[in-house]
Design a protein around this ligand. Structure first.
Ligand code: PMP
Length: 381
């Protein structure tokens, strides 16, 4: 099996599998219980909190556990709507965000908020000045992702947020950092963000766990109410096994961020070089992009047809975003891809386990698909 779908999810690392299993077997108590078993579970949660805080170069009291980045994004957006958004009704975001950002904003638009969606400009990239100039005195929130999940494009949010904070210090800046966390060298400070969303399963941890970083002094109001866990920000018994698995996955990854980044650069450069001479195949490039994700257009073959062809040959890729299953990607359109390219673009996303020989196999199978799908008449005109 060749797995090139790591932006959809990653295979949990051995450390995470062991931590989840150990917690399920021996640390299954409720962290809120006052007895010793509860304390042990609470310690496991706090130890993961410290590891994640360290990875963002911040304090553990700034980290709140959630069920994943979808919840973190919803919490960041709805909380800000309830605090500063009571008086300021404008939200600035981009047209290339994940649905877990776009959908809450859509809901708020239907309920009295105004949203501005900054688009990539003619160069196909987001101009930081466009984000800054969309903000005004009536803005409560600016929310942008760091790395686009469909193309790997790195947004210039650090620069934009710095300028926004200088001009409008009270505006809340939020970063959906899911595809950048651990993969790029980021810290809470370098992102100039008040709120940062993270997910466990994109960095070799378990699914169903994530976190929201909240800068000291920023008020977060809960979206769900109950037992008051996570300092009242996120009620519900903590998922101790998942949290423990998330913590050790971050710890394991922390040891090799730079080494893995270099390996990813080698892989993505290799893919780029090897496809240069293949007719009808193009790796879509940006001035700044994550080497973990490659957007590849194969002319005249529908992405879903190619995806299934590759799957039959043991290669797993994604057509656009895994979250927009079956739907034409609005994100690729915003990037300026034409309809034919949108229909013919697949996403490859890498892990440290991938090898150059797997890229060779991918290219071989794409060439086979180009030849065979013509033969059986599935090639589009
Ligand atoms: N934001 C981005 C950019 C993502 O890629 C994803 C996962 N597809 C999410 C948010 C949602 O993360 P989770 O699966 O943890 O809810």
């Amino acid at each position: 099996m060749i797995y090139f779908d790591n932006a959809a999810t990653t295979k949990p690392c051995d450390e995470a599998v062991k931590a989840v299993s150990d917690a399920l077997k021996t640390n299954w108590s409720n962290p809120s219980s006052l007895h010793g078993l509860g304390l042990k579970a609470e310690q496991a949660v706090n130890s993961a909190r410290e590891i994640i805080a360290k990875s963002l170069d911040t304090d553990s009291e700034c980290i709140y556990f959630t069920s994943g980045a979808t919840e973190s994004n919803n919490l960041a957006i709805f909380s800000t709507a309830k605090t500063i958004g009571r008086h300021k009704k404008k939200i600035v975001t981009t047209a290339i965000e994940h649905p877990s950002v776009l959908q809450p904003i859509k809901y708020l638009e239907e309920n009295g908020f105004e949203a501005v969606y900054v688009k990539p400009d003619k160069s196909g990239e987001i101009n930081p000045a466009d984000i800054v100039s969309a903000v005004d005195d009536n803005t409560c929130l600016v929310t942008c992702q760091l790395v686009n999940n469909e193309t790997g494009y790195i947004l210039p949010i650090s620069k934009a947020y710095k300028a926004i904070k200088r001009l409008y210090p009270k505006v809340i800046t939020h970063c959906d950092c899911v595809q950048g966390f651990m993969k790029l060298n980021v810290s809470a400070n370098s992102l100039n963000s008040d709120l940062i969303s993270l997910s466990g399963h994109k960095i070799y941890g378990p699914k169903g766990v994530g976190a929201l970083y909240v800068k000291k002094g920023v008020r977060v109001l809960p979206v769900n109410f109950g037992g008051g866990q996570e300092k009242g920000v996120r009620s519900g018994t903590e998922a101790v096994p998942n949290i423990a698995g998330f913590g050790v996955a971050v710890e394991a990854f922390s040891k090799s961020i730079d080494k893995r980044y270099e390996k990813m650069c080698e892989l993505s450069n290799y893919l780029f070089k090897q496809t240069e001479t293949v007719e009808g195949v193009k790796v879509n490039k940006f001035s700044e992009s994550s080497p973990y994700i490659a957007s590849v257009t194969v002319d005249n073959i529908k992405s879903e047809t190619l995806l299934h062809y590759l799957e039959q040959n043991g290669i797993y890729v994604s057509s656009g975003s895994a979250c927009s299953k079956g739907k034409k990607s609005g994100v690729l359109k915003a990037f300026g891809y034409d309809d034919r390219a949108i229909d013919s673009t697949i996403r490859l996303s890498f892990s440290y386990e991938n090898k150059m020989s797997e890229i060779d196999e991918f290219i071989k199978q794409v060439k086979n698909a180009q030849a065979e799908l013509v033969k059986i008449g599935q090639k589009r005109n």
